[in-house]
Design a protein. Structure first.
Length: 611
């Protein structure tokens, strides 16, 4: 069949297909028609990566990932939530909430559910699935019941139809049992799951399948002791409500992860397990942290306007999306804030040609960190939750070997952070920078150092030797050597004792070292002294009262090359340059500056050969 005839046939088929609801307006009808046409022609939804499992992780495109989004309310006729099963709602969740997942919770055996009206409920599910595919989202097809084992034949027939319709679309996830009650995993739930999984896999060999677990999908530890075998890409359901479920449930989940099964939170709420009550923000935050740290994807319950605590929308909210802030409940507002800054899909690793700026969230790979919305200039996201030992790697293309000034945009409520630039993998190390106190997690400043890089495309790593800071971007630019001598910025020490950093008003801006008391010291990265001889050492200093004295020495204190008094400059940010001469031998030196008497600030020092 030629292309024209194929498209003509598909157009005729899609116009008759149940993928094209009859009661929609022109705009939605076109959207559904195009989706039906795409399915007929065999087009694939390449905008999302296929999901798979490896050990206790869910992978997207082969990389560890987690996603966040929304669960719709029960689809049952006349329950109220069914009016939100439409393309406008799905598009709003993707556009305004930044949701990557939507869950179609198709009621099964309760009044007005699939068993009573299969056509209406199935069409609602398909409307959501088609809209999710059109909006490049993952979509969970949920057999929403507490008694799935009683309807195994109907479940098999339904999921076989879904698999025949959507196989080849990596967007689609099959959730075959919402919430089993307090029944046996090995004796009841697992045999049911094996039967349904086998039926799906006969048609769709790849798409992710999620299996419910005992006690309202909480006893994931029981499932982990007798996991399903013989099938790939199987995950297990974990549900929680922050008002009712705390650390004990996270402990069960930790046991399940330790036993090697992947978890998927297909339903969570910030309120009580009843679906009502007020928001428990503290426990919700603990759960969010747990999910992020374990790369667990999740869907918030529920996108509905019922008058109860778990509803995201106030009664009477628009049934087709485009909600204002006033149409969100406290639960909805919190959920939107969480979803909109979720780490999301694995970052596409883009090589940045230097000189240039690398966005911190554009890492190729990472360990331990998370992204969040930044208030820094330019907006976007920064990398946060950085603990000691965490790291990110980046792909860069260095045009020529040589010295580069590397600047880091950082924020921290303390002064203990240390970051290190290294080749991805940890060796060699190019240098480290201390992260100063900036006044808060979103109060930003820039710190820098100079490193030597080889030419060519390479992966650089930024690791946290000591955590407790945020990172927004990294800028690489050629280092402009001084017209004479070697200039070392005061804040570029490797280690120090007693001092703090602060913003400077001296020419060039940046930071200076301050709060210097007698006995404090700083030691600096190695510098190469080209030949033995006499050198002039200049220090850029400021002092309110004078009386200070510093020594230049080899790091560790021996030998000491000389000392110099520091005069009063009239203020902590009134700067002057003082100098003395010292004798240095040729070769590599790790220099230190020691405060014999305190009461002064240091911006930089410069070493110049005396001709």
């Amino acid at each position: 069949m030629n292309t024209v005839n194929m498209i003509t046939s598909c157009l005729q088929l899609s116009s008759q297909s149940d993928l094209l609801p009859r009661s929609r307006g022109l705009q939605l009808g076109l959207q559904y028609g195009l989706t039906a046409l795409a399915i007929c022609l065999g087009f694939q939804a390449h905008a999302v990566q296929p999901l798979s499992t490896s050990g206790n992780k869910v992978l997207a495109g082969g990389q560890v990932a987690s996603f966040a989004g929304n669960s719709l309310f029960w689809s049952n006729n006349n329950w109220g939530g069914e009016k939100f099963y439409n393309a406008g709602v799905v598009a709003t969740l993707k556009r305004d909430w930044k949701s990557n997942i939507v869950r179609a919770a198709m009621g099964v055996n309760d009044d007005g559910g699939y068993l009573q009206d299969p056509v209406a409920n199935k069409n609602r599910v398909k409307a959501v699935v088609d809209a999710a595919i059109a909006n490049d989202m993952y979509v969970i097809i949920d057999w929403h019941t507490h008694h799935a084992e009683d309807y195994q034949a109907q479940s098999i027939a339904f999921f076989q139809e879904m698999a025949r319709t959507y196989k080849g679309y990596p967007n689609v996830i099959y959730e075959i049992y919402n919430e089993p009650l307090q029944i046996s995993w090995s004796g009841t739930i697992k045999p049911y799951a094996n039967a349904v999984i086998s039926a799906i896999r006969a048609i769709d060999p790849n798409n992710l399948i999620i299996v419910g677990t005992p006690q309202w999908s909480q006893k994931v530890d029981e499932a982990s002791r007798d996991p399903i075998t013989g099938y790939k890409n199987i995950a297990y359901t974990l549900h929680f409500y922050a008002g009712s479920h705390g650390q004990y449930l996270r402990d069960w989940a930790t046991t399940a992860l330790s036993n090697g099964i992947p978890l998927f939170v297909t339903e969570w709420g910030s309120v009580n397990a009843s679906g009502d009550g007020g928001v428990n923000a503290g426990e919700t935050a603990a759960w969010v942290d747990f999910m992020k740290r374990n790369n667990i994807s999740n869907a918030n319950w529920s996108l509905n306007d019922k008058a109860e605590g778990s509803s995201a929308l106030v009664p009477g909210a628009s049934p087709t999306g485009n909600w204002s802030a006033s149409q969100l409940t406290a639960s909805g507002t919190l959920a939107k804030n969480i979803i909109s800054i979720w780490p999301g899909s694995p970052t596409t690793c883009t090589t940045v040609a230097l000189p240039g700026t690398v966005e911190a969230e554009g890492y190729c790979s990472m360990s331990g960190v998370q992204t969040e919305t930044t208030s820094d200039g330019g907006g976007g996201q920064n990398v946060g939750y950085i603990d000691s030992g965490d790291w990110m790697s980046y792909s860069v293309d260095v045009p020529a070997a040589g010295a580069y000034k590397v600047s880091y945009r950082v924020a921290s409520p303390n002064s203990t952070g240390v970051l290190q630039l290294e080749q991805a993998g940890g060796s060699p190390v190019y240098g480290s920078v201390n992260v100063p106190y900036t006044g808060g997690w979103q109060t930003w400043t820039t710190v820098s150092h100079t490193v030597n890089l080889a030419a060519g495309k390479q992966n650089l790593g930024v690791s946290a030797k000591t955590g407790g800071f945020n990172l927004n971007w990294i800028k690489f630019e050629p280092s402009t050597p001084p017209t004479e001598g070697i200039t070392i910025q005061g804040e570029d020490y490797l280690v120090m004792s007693g001092v703090k950093l602060e913003n400077t008003s001296d020419a060039g801006g940046g930071l200076n070292v301050g709060y210097i008391d007698a006995g404090d010291w700083m030691s600096y990265p190695a510098v190469n002294i080209p030949s033995s001889g006499t050198y002039t050492v200049e220090y850029r200093v400021a002092s309110l009262n004078g009386g200070g004295n510093l020594s230049l020495e080899e790091a560790g204190g021996t030998p000491s090359y000389g000392s110099i008094n520091i005069p009063s400059t009239g203020g902590w940010q009134n700067w002057t340059t003082i100098r003395h001469t010292v004798n240095l031998s040729a070769g590599s030196h790790k220099l230190g500056i020691k405060a014999n008497n305190g009461g002064w600030n240091l911006n930089w020092f410069r070493i110049t050969k005396v001709n």
